[in-house]
Design a protein around this ligand. Structure first.
Ligand SMILES: Nc1ncnc2c1ncn2[C@@H]1O[C@H](COP(=O)(O)OP(=O)(O)O)[C@@H](O)[C@H]1O
Ligand code: SF4
Ligand SMILES: [Mg+2]
Length: 387
């Protein structure tokens, strides 16, 4: 029988054919060289962060005292890690140049589909999402990203946030009085002997009874739990509150109660709100100004009256057409938005809305529209108004 010794000859010197430890020194050297080559290639394949285009240019604004909050060209990008060395290979452009000013004691409604960057805008304004990527956030004229930790801690009481899901934002192990009073005590906002009366007063302002103090969050309904969250924020005597979808998880009848409570508190304490919602009809009753957000940018901005009387941007029109009309005989010309919101990591070129816009032209696919003031204080970012 003829034996094939070729394989044996190639594997000469190995203790086991599949065992790398059994390789000859020459083979081991070659394997190491191949591995080093692969690592090098992997590093070349991943784009280093420095190559990514970060257009960090904005014109700084001067403080105007009529505004409690001035947001100028604000950007917040989240890095995407990839490649063998876990390098930054791209960015989720969650907030991509948002500009608006908010007058003291007023409310701005921020609307748009899920994933368009509303929450990130709110959190970046409050400096709750690490460092901003670019732009300015002036609170009472002070750039909040310039503050030292101690100054920021003091400012925290002035800028509060209320979340969509009141249950998960309340500690299940603390009684309600403790939840509302915890930060008051921590910041020593009232003398010890006045603490109990102060908490009673705050709870009363939010429609809660004194006996609720000793109860736990699970003993309350969704609407009452949101009242507890509002009381917790209000107890710190804030000037500005980001309300992030505060009624989205509640029944329609309860939504109105919470919105009315927020309006009453605003009047009583001269509060300023950034009211976030995916639903235009919800913001109508509370907002003085409305900003419509799409893929990290405001595409339309103006007074609530102007936006509701004369919506300009095709995206705003589509949001309006999705609002159900109570009259069953009314004819609905619903504009159906095709597909879902594109990824903010790879937004479409030109107008970011062009992939879903029924009025898209060739120009929209290549050229980003600029902001146009169509009527005083009513801005839109769309080529249709840029003639
Ligand atoms: N911490 C994070 N890291 C990476 N991506 C994030 C982070 N937070 C939000 N995003 C992304 O940013 C985009 C905007 O999210 P978000 O601000 O929550 O939108 P909205 O509140 O309008 O639903 C989404 O694509 C989301 O996945
Ligand atoms: S710029 Fe063009 S694609 Fe964008 S919203 Fe206007 S019409 Fe539609
Ligand atoms: Mg959100």
């Amino acid at each position: 029988m003829a034996l094939n010794f070729k394989g044996l000859a190639q594997g000469a010197g190995r203790t086991h054919p599949g065992d790398p430890a059994g390789k000859t020194p020459e083979e081991q050297k070659q394997q190491q060289e191949r591995r080093a080559e692969r690592v090098k290639k992997g590093m070349q394949g991943a784009k280093p962060a420095a190559e990514l285009h970060m257009d960090n240019t904005f014109t700084p604004v001067e403080y105007d005292p009529q505004y409690i909050l001035m947001v100028n060209a604000l950007k917040k990008y989240f890095p995407i890690k990839g490649g063998m060395m876990s390098q930054t290979v791209g960015y989720v452009k969650a907030v991509d140049g948002v500009t608006f000013n908010l007058k003291r004691g007023s409310t701005m409604g921020l609307v748009g589909e899920s994933g368009c960057g509303k929450t990130t805008t709110g959190r970046t304004i409050l400096r709750l999402s690490g460092e901003k990527t670019d732009g300015q956030v002036l609170f009472n004229g002070q750039e909040i990203y310039d503050l030292q930790p101690k100054q920021l801690r003091a400012l925290r009481t002035k800028m509060q946030i209320i979340f969509q899901d009141p249950f998960s934002s309340l500690s299940p192990r603390l009684p309600v009085g403790e939840i509302i009073g915890e930060a008051v005590r921590e910041h020593a906002l009232v003398p010890k002997e006045e603490f109990n009366d102060y908490i009673d007063q705050v709870m009363d302002n939010c429609g809660l009874q004194p006996f609720h103090k000793d109860r736990y969050p699970h003993e309350f309904s969704g609407g009452q739990r949101q009242r507890i969250c509002i009381a917790r924020a209000l107890a710190l005597n804030p000037e500005f509150i980001v309300c992030d979808e505060p009624v989205s998880a509640l029944d329609v009848s309860i939504q109105a109660q919470i919105i009315n409570l927020l309006k009453d508190l605003q009047e009583k304490y001269k509060l300023t709100y950034l009211f976030i919602s995916h639903d235009l009809s919800v913001v109508e009753h509370i907002s003085d100004m409305v900003g419509v957000m799409y893929l990290g940018n405001l595409v339309e901005y103006g007074s609530t009256e102007d936006i509701f009387r004369n919506p300009l941007h095709p995206y705003t029109e589509a949001l309006f057409s999705a609002i159900p009309v109570p009259d069953p005989t009314a004819k609905m010309n619903r504009i159906v938005l095709e597909g879902s919101i594109p990824s903010p990591a790879n937004p479409p070129a030109g107008c970011k809305f062009h992939t879903r816009c029924a009025r898209c032209t060739e120009r929209c696919k290549h050229e980003a529209p600029r902001q146009v003031e169509v009527e005083p204080g009513h801005y839109v970012v769309c080529h249709l108004y840029d003639q």
